[in-house]
Write a protein that binds this ligand. Sequence first.
Ligand code: FAD
Ligand code: NAP
Length: 532
Amino acid sequence: MITYRNLDTVIVGAGFAGMYCLHKQIQEGFNAEIFEKADDVGGTWYWNKYPGARCDIESMDYSYSFSDELQQEWNWKEKYGTQPEILEYARFVSKKFNLRKNINFKTSIVKARFINNKWIVETDNNIKIECHYLILATGNLSTPNTPNIEGISNFKGKIYHTGAWPEKMPEFKGRKVGIIGTGSSGVQSIPVISETAKELLVFQRTANFSLPARHSKLPENKREKYKKNYKKYRDLAQNSSFGIAKYQPPTKSAFDVNEDERNEIYESAWQEGGQAMLFAFTDLLTNKEANETAANFVRNKIREIVKNKETAEKLCPNDHPIGTKRLCLDSNYFETYNKENVSLIDISNHPIQKITEKGLISNDAEYEFDDLVFATGFDAMTGAVKAIEILNEENISLKSVWSKGPKTYLGIMVSDFPNLFMITGPQSPGVKSQMILSIEQHVNFIHNLIIHKKNNKYLQVNANKDKQDEWVKHNNEVANATLYPLAHSWYNGDNILGKTRNFMPYVGGVANYKNICDQKIKNDYEGFEFYN
Ligand code: FAD
Ligand code: NAP
């Protein structure tokens, strides 16, 4: 039996984007609800419960700024929040702002159709909701990708994916574990799994750059000092390229200093930990030679850390400029390969042929293990949106419109899909930033559009097609002026078989992007069309 409901706004997803969006809607008096497939809030931090999962941005930055009361009340314990700590924070926020009563857990949105100025939204449990606004807070990294390797169903042991980790932590003690993938999830989980597993086999297709996080507990005095100056730090973050106060735009080229000075700067960034190295010089992401100076510095560090020379060389990335894939931050990642129970298996020239009952075949050899971990990433940026059948008034699906890659206006709307909004969608800087900052900026922008529409009694807001094309072109031009497109990564869909190559994130920086958005509003909502 179908249950029919009426709402002003349906929000899909109860991660940080969905929760802040719901809060804004409720504050404004809208009748809004979230529909979330999980049984709790948190999004990323609900699903990624793998060993070692934590933020790669410092907790004092990776948090909401919209409520000073919240940021003064919450006390981060760790310099980089762990997955449990961030999930606890998300739960705390959901309770503090009384959001849970408006969240439908264990409910997936499967279909939405725009008819007569309304979205008719369908869930997987027979609810049909008629609403004015449909807001996709479905996440950029929320659709786990398990490669379709022959024989996977034959494996007799347990299979895990880092992006859909079970609630109860598996026991790896005394077990032989195989792990596929050396992106951020692999880099974080490999050292921790190696602590208990009897043996750990790491199957590496591509070596990855990783910098030390230099994680520690967050000293109380440091936290309190930050809190006292929160406004200053949040403003600095908004005016930066990456959305983090301490990473302000560099002023010198890598070649404005001599080799010794350059290496000293890299060394101090390496010792400091975090992403500092990438912000050392202006041209690291635009000039291959400049980039190579940083890449080489990191390769030499890997060679210093990893005792076995052959293993060290295999771990040295050579196929992409440093920073053109999301840079990993680690705690003892390279050191882990000095452990007796850890082996690196280079499969760069030998794709996994098949999974067997007891392990997998690559290099024409069978590797046996008890448990298999996929740290193989996500169908990023478009996966969760395309999983919903979204049809416009002409019955055209968003999936078909995006079949050769996503096209959006500012990463917020798609032309011909009125009253449909996305938070940190493709062609916005979300994934290239401290994401909570980008989420807040998008939610505020969308809110502004909705209020403008409501106050003027318009029935629809839509993105102008020409303006959308201009924005996509601009996005590509900005990316093509950098080294980013040189890497094979999820930024351009390379990690998903059959996905058309498109560079998806906006890499012009969060400050530039915010200025552009603010200007659009000042220019009488340039690029947006309102209809009665
Ligand atoms: P999500 O947190 O992904 O939430 C989306 C929610 O939508 C999910 O709960 C999902 O279940 C739900 N959903 C999707 N489709 C449907 C549907 N059809 N019906 C119902 N529900 C649906 N960013 C940083 O800035 N710094 C970091 O250090 C960082 N670390 C990360 C670590 C990991 C392991 C991963 C995977 C990502 C990380 N990110 C990081 C990015 C992270 O995704 C964002 O910071 C942020 O949490 C995204 O919030 P969100 O609400 O947009 O999306
Ligand atoms: P990812 O960066 O896409 O890495 C996936 C890994 O799996 C890569 O090493 C990839 O190899 C490998 N792989 C995929 N398919 C394979 C196959 N068929 N055979 C062999 N290897 C295969 O995914 P991720 O590590 O989950 O990270 C995704 C993003 O989530 C990150 O970039 C980051 O934005 C976020 N994240 C952040 C943190 C954090 O530190 N806070 C932690 C986890 C995730 P190739 O490189 O050869 O494709």
